[in-house]
Design a protein around this ligand. Structure first.
Ligand SMILES: *Cc1c(COP(=O)(O)O)cnc(C)c1O
Length: 388
């Protein structure tokens, strides 16, 4: 116990972006080449790896997952009055992609076990104005994709995956990111693979490929021009600028090449938490993450679901006193100020979302978290007594 409270022990941060060492090498390569704008050779290599990891034929690097979702909204031609079903338990970007097009995010509740969009509530949320469904694989644990893809097909809805957590995860052997017509990846500093700020739009449906390239390049066919397919590029469509520079693409390439190593480290931390906290959790009425059969997750996050909000606050305080930083996750969107203004709640309400949002606590999880740090986190958690 004394080791935990010793003044010499540094704090275990909640996240520390992992760096492989190759990032600077590729960035120097870009600088030496003298062309730092987007879509150069490093971008090409990085996007090929993203496509490979998601089991798709192509991916476009973007400046963020938020921007990839915005691009998806543009590609779908979402219009004012259109409805898009999204979970309430997600990041704001999932809903903003709809709101920016004037569409209405319809907030559906999540399953109490995986905290993923509850597929049993989907059908009742569909109206004549529904255009699309955006799923989030929480923690990279797959949604019930068999049911969701069948439902989207039957109702003619476009499926989009906000796959910010799911790179490297799979559902019955099929990679996450390959189910949607489009999928959005995040390479934010808090994600498994990161370049500070970055993302990708993964094209599960090649029907979108040509237009996606144009919208991402300020509405021009500059991509075709670069490939020598046209002799000049012109304004073809609406669009914006979503290209990361070659500097960031180089940083990202180093990370993607180290994917297996990064995942090995993260998975070891996740497994250690899950195994070593099992007894304490069972005795304390604390729920650990649920991973259904058929879902393989990429160890994006590890959470504990405390029996009551006061216990969540108590554990977070206790961890802080023992030098361990933890974090809560996802304030519900449906009853947030902007959610009330722009969205609508699906039939059935969002009771699970409202409830878990006050009981969930995330533990530190990053590739550079050493065995000593894991010991400290486990000791700090298990020295907390629920119900005191
Ligand atoms: C991180 C995250 C985003 C936003 O990613 P950025 O790359 O920071 O734009 C969107 N959706 C989910 C579910 C996320 O976790």
């Amino acid at each position: 116990m004394t080791a935990l409270t010793g003044g010499d022990a540094a704090t275990v941060p909640f996240n520390r972006p992992y760096v492989t060492g190759r990032e600077a090498v590729y960035m120097a390569e870009a600088i030496a080449r003298g062309d730092l704008s987007g879509d150069g050779p490093l971008t090409k290599r990085a996007s090929a790896l993203v496509a490979e990891l998601t089991g798709t034929s192509s991916a476009l690097l973007t400046t963020s997952c938020t921007h990839a979702l915005e691009l998806a909204g543009m590609l779908l031609d979402l219009r004012p009055g259109d409805e898009v079903i999204v979970p309430s338990f997600t990041f704001t970007s999932t809903a903003n992609a709809c709101v920016l097009r004037g569409a209405v995010p319809v907030f559906a509740d999540v399953r109490p076990d995986t905290l993923n969009l509850d597929e049993r509530l989907l059908e009742a949320a569909i109206t004549s104005r529904t255009r699309a469904v955006i799923v989030v694989h929480y923690g990279g644990v797959a949604c019930e994709m068999d049911v969701i893809t069948a439902l989207c097909r039957r109702h003619g809805l476009t499926l989009i995956e906000d796959n910010a957590h799911g790179l490297g995860g799979s559902y019955h052997g099929r990679p996450l990111g390959s189910f949607g017509a489009l999928a959005a990846q995040s390479f934010h500093a808090t994600k498994n693979i990161q370049c500070g700020e970055g993302g990708a739009l993964v094209l599960g449906d090649e029907r979108f490929a040509i237009r996606a390239e144009i919208l991402r390049e300020k509405g021009t066919d500059r991509g075709r021009f670069f490939r020598g397919e046209v002799d000049r590029y012109r304004w073809q469509d609406t669009g914006s600028s979503y290209l990361p520079s070659e500097l960031l693409a180089g940083f990202l390439l180093a990370q993607l090449e180290a994917f297996a190593e990064i995942q090995k480290r993260r998975t070891a931390v996740w497994a250690a938490y899950d195994e070593r906290l099992a007894l304490w959790a069972a005795a304390s009425g604390v729920r650990r993450p649920v991973v259904p059969p058929g879902a393989v997750h990429p160890a994006h996050l590890y959470y504990l679901l405390l029996p009551a909000p006061e216990e969540r606050a108590g554990l977070q305080r206790h961890l802080a006193e023992h030098g361990v930083r933890s974090a809560v996750h996802y304030q519900p969107l449906h009853d947030a100020p902007a959610g009330l203004r722009y969205g609508r709640v699906a039939p059935g309400g969002c009771a699970v979302t409202e409830e878990v949002a006050h009981r969930l606590l995330r533990l530190p999880l990053y590739a550079g978290l050493g065995a000593d740090d894991v010991d400290r986190v486990v000791d700090a958690v298990t020295s907390y007594t629920v119900g005191h």
